[in-house]
Design a protein around this ligand. Structure first.
Ligand SMILES: [Zn+2]
Length: 492
């Protein structure tokens, strides 16, 4: 800031400065500089950012459900009052809130809730562009099960499936489809089970499907598009996992690809010089890739994309991995568009996990930066679950890394094919925390450097995002063509 600017700022703050100098005690107090609300199905977060650490106490009240939070050492100010207007009508947890000066230097916020919550309240020290933060995470009392949500989301889609059975993208190398006979006159009490039963059968004929693949194209039984049984009439999408034996003869194996749009919520990721935020771009790309995945199949088995986040909220790195494991994903693809130290850094790159040293100093640098996401996004490190997650992430295996390198190689080849510049000609390796699912081939795709103005413009363009999604889809299919998914009885 220029000397002029500093002077002006000092003048503006003159009143409080004088007070600070005169009465030392007030220096202990903090003021609120910003408030943010991130509503999401998983949890709603309220962040109160201040110029000093805040102490708080909270109280959950039962009927009707409310949460009262007393913040000590502050006075009600306009920034804090803004919180009231920031609650959206579709917030899954918060109906509304009131805020008031409860006692001298104590502000009370009362949240009127839509359902009982299990709140987590914690402080974060200043990091990146943020000052001190007091974080109120409102979780449901019964934690959301990613698998249950995935199944019910899937069942909502099924009714549209018949019309939506669009052919896979033209340029995608079409996989052969095994004639997995659709179930005639199915009662369809357990559609997912039916699907899985079909898959089990399909994978029992690997040689025929392989030769069909070699022949280039196999007509799938009478041109039926996807082997999704017509279960539209199934009335209640209440997924109750263990319904053993309900589906004796037909099964299918859904191939699940976990897509992991990086960052989100409090963590914007990298920001381009024109203000493009990584978290927004990567979610858009993930949506485009999801469309392609959901319209594809592997050897007759339908593919489905599972998103570790499908909105603008923060998901801790360990939770991303845990979610993918919960749905027993076959692959994990983390999508990013980072900044680098110099604006001329450019090109796409693909990373796998490294158990030892990183493959280059740039890879190490990027992994370190990505692993900071939990600090910026804000994780309650005191939480037991977070600690368990972290411990689990130290069990990476050589087999996982080898598969990840194959997947990454297939993707890199396709990205090269769309004429995108590559940062490096091969898959790089470093200790990315988000790639540590011990049992899921996992890659992190840096789609381009948002810090490069030309690439920032490209990342915003629909055409480039579509090309990229096509390339990643072809990479996934190429990988499966060479590494067919294993038969697996999903532990639901
Ligand atoms: Zn990133």
């Amino acid at each position: 800031m220029s000397p002029e600017g500093l002077k002006r700022r000092a003048l503006l703050q003159g009143g409080s400065l004088a007070l600070l100098l005169g009465i030392h005690e007030i220096a202990r107090g903090a003021s609120i500089v910003a408030v943010r609300v991130w509503p999401a199905e998983d949890y709603t977060r309220v962040t109160i950012e201040s110029d000093g650490r805040l102490n708080s106490q909270q109280l959950v009240v039962g009927n009707p459900p409310r949460l009262a939070v007393d913040i000590e050492g502050i006075d009600l100010n306009p920034a804090l009052r803004e919180l009231v207007g920031k609650i959206k009508p579709d917030d899954p947890y918060i109906n509304g809130l009131r805020v008031g000066q409860f006692a001298p230097s104590v502000v009370r916020i009362v949240f009127d809730l839509k359902q009982a919550v299990a709140p987590q309240v914690f402080s974060l020290a200043p990091v990146a562009a943020y000052r001190d933060r007091l974080v109120l995470d409102l979780y449901p009392q019964k934690p959301i099960d990613p698998l249950e949500s995935f199944i019910s989301e899937r069942m909502r889609e099924v009714p549209n499936k018949a019309q939506a059975a669009a052919p896979a993208p033209r340029n995608a190398p079409q996989m052969a489809e095994a004639p997995a006979a659709p179930k005639a006159g199915a009662e369809a009490t357990d559609p997912l089970g039916d699907l899985m039963a079909q898959a089990a059968r399909a994978t029992q004929q690997p040689s025929s499907t392989a030769s069909a693949a070699a022949a280039g194209r196999a007509p799938a039984g009478g041109g039926l598009p996807l082997q999704v049984p017509p279960v539209a009439s199934a009335p209640t999408p209440s997924p109750s996992p263990a319904r053993g034996g309900a589906t004796p003869n037909q099964t299918d194996r859904i191939i699940i690809v976990a897509l992991d749009p990086g960052h989100g919520g409090e963590d914007p990721g990298a920001i381009g010089s024109n203000g493009t935020r990584e978290k927004d771009i990567v979610l858009q790309i993930a949506h485009r890739l999801r469309e392609r995945i959901n319209a594809s199949s592997v050897n007759g088995n339908p593919m489905r994309a599972f998103l570790t986040r499908d909105a603008d909220f923060f998901v801790p790195l360990g939770t991303r991995v845990q979610k993918a494991r919960r749905v027993q994903a076959d692959l994990f693809v983390s999508i990013h568009a980072d900044a680098f130290t110099t604006p001329d850094a450019r090109g796409a790159s693909v990373f796998a996990l490294s158990q030892g040293a990183a493959s280059s100093s740039a890879a190490r640098w990027l992994a370190n930066k990505e692993n900071q996401a939990d600090k910026v996004g804000g994780v309650n490190v005191g939480n037991h679950e977070v600690q368990v997650q972290r411990a689990l992430l130290d069990m990476s295996t050589t087999a996982q890394i080898n598969d990840s390198l194959r997947l990454g190689g297939a993707m890199l080849g396709e990205i090269r094919g769309i004429g995108a510049r590559l940062h490096k000609g091969q898959v790089e390796q470093a200790g990315f925390a988000v790639l540590k699912a011990p049992d899921i081939p996992s890659v992190l795709v840096e789609t381009a450097f948002i810090s490069n103005p030309e690439e920032e413009a490209k990342l915003r363009s629909v055409a480039y995002q579509e090309d990229l999604a096509d390339a990643l889809m072809r990479g996934i299919q190429r990988y499966f063509a060479q590494n067919p998914p294993l038969a697996r009885s999903r532990q639901l």
